[in-house]
Design a binder for this molecule. Structure first.
Ligand code: SF4
Length: 361
């Protein structure tokens, strides 16, 4: 069924979308709350990766009131493994703002939406267009690729000027009648058809007007200059245990990276320091205790968006002093089984799982 003017690129795109869009739970209706949750979860995350999290999250918090009334630890636990945890903390904080300042109803306009924690230009455009039909274009990585190819833009995609140009093109192209569907359609096209490698131009609704396709340059456009190499750190971690097998964990400050999550204390190795010395120094700085490093427990590699680490975890005992949370917000002694009750970042979760599997005995 043809639902839009089939002659313009936007019309062709809309018709393609209505026929080929994936059935996703957050597309079933236009509930602004669900659209907001899905848009936040989709940042830096693929659809197939986020779907199980989305389902669990909205089952636990079906309304903005449920989310606002939840405990932050519960929210972080449901987010565990999805990464970029500030998204979860901001969602939680914004839900309280919506309840307290907007009577529990998400505002419609882009400007008002941007007053909520964690909502920037991209997410406000997505929510206002998809849930409220405001003609605000969204530009994510998929849209950049589609439009750069469609218009034959060869400039470096990392440059702000190129991004600005693509944003202007999206603004000119967007359907005024169906802006939400248009935005979803172009993102869907980028995810399903105009993929980074081997785009399927033969089934693309934009091929008749696509510069990169017509000039056989889909391999060259878009151009992105190489990313800077991520720095690497060696991290020493202390798994402190007492004579009863209890383990000491620390909660990261809310405003830090991975804020609100729990971890085994530790930190970066300094030059000319052995990794055992790092563990000893870090645990003294973070907890005010002197420790004995007993034995290596596990070594892990892990990559974050801006750096990579090798984590060297050691089993330790306190030789003297009473531990205090000097750089964390809270510390706790917990049993091995209780480690499951706390949200941990991915790499630390591997340590808790190894401990629970008794790999250390
Ligand atoms: S014709 Fe090919 S390169 Fe152009 S937008 Fe469609 S899939 Fe992308």
């Amino acid at each position: 069924m043809v639902l839009a003017d089939y002659t313009s690129p936007a019309g062709k795109l809309l018709n393609w979308y209505r026929e080929h869009k994936r059935n996703l739970p957050f597309r079933e209706n236009k509930d602004p709350y669900l659209i907001w949750i899905s848009e936040i979860m989709l940042q830096q995350t693929r659809v197939d990766q986020m779907l199980p999290y989305y389902r669990r999250f909205v089952e636990a918090f079906p309304t903005v009131h449920d989310l606002a009334n939840a405990d932050q630890q519960e929210v972080l636990q449901l987010w565990e493994g999805l990464g970029y945890y500030s998204r979860a903390r901001n969602l939680h904080a914004a839900s309280k703002q919506i309840v307290d300042e907007y009577g529990g109803i998400l505002p419609e306009s882009k400007d008002e939406l941007q007053k909520l924690k964690g909502i920037g230009p991209y997410t406000s455009a997505a929510i206002s267009s998809i849930a409220f039909n405001h003609p605000n274009p969204v530009v994510d990585g998929n849209v950049e690729r589609v439009l750069a190819r469609f218009k034959g833009i060869e400039d470096d995609l990392r440059k702000q000027q190129t991004k600005k140009e693509i944003g202007q093109i999206a603004g000119q192209m967007i359907s005024q009648e169906h802006p939400g569907d248009f935005n979803q359609a172009i993102m869907e096209l980028g995810a399903m058809v105009c993929t980074p490698k081997n785009p399927q131009c033969n089934v693309c609704p934009l091929s008749a007007d696509c510069v990169a396709f017509k000039t056989v340059r889909t391999d060259e456009v878009p151009y992105k200059s190489p990313a800077k190499k991520r720095p690497h750190h060696e991290i020493g971690i202390g798994i402190i245990h007492d004579e009863n097998g209890n383990l000491l964990i620390a909660k990261r400050p809310d405003d830090a990276m991975l804020g609100g999550l729990w971890e085994f204390p530790g930190g970066k190795q300094k030059e000319e320091e052995s990794i055992e010395e790092t563990v000893t120094r870090e645990l003294h700085e973070e907890l005010g205790v002197h420790i004995d490093v007993e034995q290596p427990f596990m070594k892990l590699k892990h990559g974050y968006s801006h750096f990579t680490v090798n984590l060297h975890a050691y089993l330790c005992r306190i030789r003297s002093g009473n531990p205090e949370p000097k750089s964390s917000t809270e510390i706790k002694w917990v049993t091995v089984e209780e480690l499951s009750n706390y949200p941990f970042p991915k790499a630390n979760r591997k340590l808790t799982e190894a401990l629970q599997n008794r790999l250390w005995i």
